[in-house]
Design a protein around this ligand. Structure first.
Ligand SMILES: Cc1cc2nc3c(=O)[nH]c(=O)nc-3n(C[C@H](O)[C@H](O)[C@H](O)COP(=O)(O)O)c2cc1C
Length: 471
């Protein structure tokens, strides 16, 4: 038998990138061409599409190569492209590599798969914010900085990627038997899960990101809306599976020492402050005919949030000094800022403002109108209210003020400070006969759009609706 010819080293063809409809999503098309994407408990309108585009879109169930429509010139291609982008914006489509190794789930409305050009000489390293974890029966690779999550079906790929804890050139990775291919590396680089090492320090050590610990940035991105596609709010994920805990803790066994005889049982005789605490309650609907007035807002901010003192004095470190307002903050960091979305305030134009606590003044911010409206409608939804609050206060944190000093406990301190401020706002509103309501959900992407400030530098951690209560 003739000796086998030596095989030439060949580079595998780049895998095809396809869009696919997840099992949980189905299309519903009406006779007039209106198309809806339906999940278990909700449906969203996608727009009006022709029968040919819809027939193509139905092929999303098995996967439709992006190249088959995204660069197409035909009208039907443009329609399919629009439909897939609308699905993607809502996290209702995923992208797959044809070799079946990877599924990509968009996490933000901005995501669309991009494959920046990589060369063999490029050096890559895993972001220090990237992490692997088990999700269901898949291995998920994600990062609070990434616009998409990657589901890996082949654990050998994870092995190669794990080599990138140290910077390595792509030509070195190519020699690995399980080299996953340039397309995957480019998709991961586009999401910031892989970084191109350019200098001695990776790019995420600059621009404020250096001040974030891994767990704090992950917690911040996952307990707010805007940078992930998970449901937020009261989702009742364990209903019917795990028994809920009782609202009041069951008593400890044994004898009790009664305290009632030591305090004033007659509510009318309680101290003014004890009364204020008991009067405080949440108000979610406001009197549209009698909006809060600018003078009241000024008094409210003066009482609850005005800067009392700031000191340049350093605590032995070059820490930027300390400052205080009527509520305490950890280490007198004074990291919390108030931004006001004004819907209806007598004497003040509708718009977005920063409260300058040192000058006791409002600075108007030229925020994009769509982001402003989205902020107010988010508050309406969170409160289950019929109308927007007269003023929505966004409590934002200058994270670096706390993390510079406190490291791993920084974010938890910021949330505690936000709770202290929230109660202060409630009490000031109650004392003035105004109504208020804390809002637990903030959207970090939206805030970045409103202010133009990077979401890791300053971002929302709490919200408070304010106004003259209805009836
Ligand atoms: C941290 C926090 C988050 C809250 N988030 C919301 C919210 O998103 N929507 C809402 O309607 N109420 C929200 N509330 C208000 C609570 O539902 C309310 O305080 C609770 O029902 C008790 O009622 P009360 O404030 O009238 O005493 C929040 C309260 C707190 C302290």
């Amino acid at each position: 038998m003739p000796a086998a010819e030596p095989r030439k080293a060949r580079r595998a063809a780049a895998p095809t990138l396809s869009a696919a409809l997840p099992q949980r999503v189905a299309f519903e098309a009406h006779a007039n061409g209106d198309v809806f994407a339906c999940c278990a408990d909700f449906s969203v309108g996608l727009g009006n599409f022709g029968p040919e585009a819809l027939a193509q879109a139905r092929r999303l169930r098995e996967g439709l190569p992006l190249a088959s429509f995204s660069s197409g010139k035909r009208g039907v291609d443009r329609e399919v492209d629009l439909l897939v982008r609308r699905l993607s914006r809502r996290g209702l489509v995923e992208f797959c590599l044809s070799d079946g190794s990877i599924a990509i789930e968009p996490q933000t409305p901005n995501y669309w798969p991009q494959t920046p050009q990589l060369r063999d000489a490029d050096t890559l390293q895993l972001s220090r914010f990237a992490y692997f974890h088990r999700r269901g029966d898949a291995l998920a690779l994600e990062s609070p900085r990434a616009d998409a999550l990657f589901r890996l079906r082949d654990p050998r790929i994870a092995g190669v990627l794990a080599m990138l804890t140290a910077p390595r050139r792509i030509e070195e990775l190519r020699r690995e038997p399980n080299f996953p291919g340039l397309t995957l590396l480019a998709l991961l680089a586009d999401c910031g899960i892989l970084l191109r090492a350019r200098g001695r320090r990776p790019e995420e050590d600059f621009e404020g990101l250096a001040l974030w610990e891994f767990h704090d940035l992950l917690f911040h991105a996952r307990c707010t809306a805007g940078r992930h596609a998970n449901p937020v709010g009261a989702v009742y994920a364990h209903s019917g599976v795990v028994q809920p805990l009782p609202a009041a803790r069951p008593s400890w066994p044994g004898e009790k020492i009664a305290l009632s005889s030591y305090c004033e049982e007659d509510a009318a005789k309680a101290s003014a402050f004890a009364k204020l605490l008991r009067d405080r309650h949440s108000a979610r609907s406001f009197d549209a005919a009698r909006p809060i007035a600018l003078a009241e807002l000024a008094r409210f901010l003066d009482g609850a949030a005005r800067l009392l003192w700031a000191s340049e004095e350093k605590s032995g470190f070059d820490d930027g000094g300390m400052a205080a307002r009527p509520y305490p903050t950890a280490g007198a960091a004074n990291e919390l800022e108030l931004y006001l979305a004004v819907e209806n305030c007598e004497g003040l134009a509708r718009g977005f403002y920063h409260y300058d606590s040192a000058l006791h003044a409002l600075a108007a911010i030229d925020a994009p109108a769509d982001a402003f409206e989205a902020l107010l409608s988010g508050a309406v939804e969170a409160m289950g209210a019929a109308h927007a609050p007269q003023i929505l206060i966004v409590i934002a944190a200058r994270f670096g003020r706390v993390s510079w000093k406190y490291g791993s406990i920084a974010y938890s301190l910021i949330l505690k400070d936000a709770g202290v401020l929230t109660q202060t706002l409630y009490l000031m509103a109650t004392e003035m006969g105004l109504g208020g309501c804390a809002i637990g959900i903030s959207n970090i992407e939206l805030f970045a759009k409103l202010t133009g400030v990077a979401d890791h530098s300053e971002g929302p951690v709490a919200q408070f609706a304010l106004g003259r209560p209805a009836g």
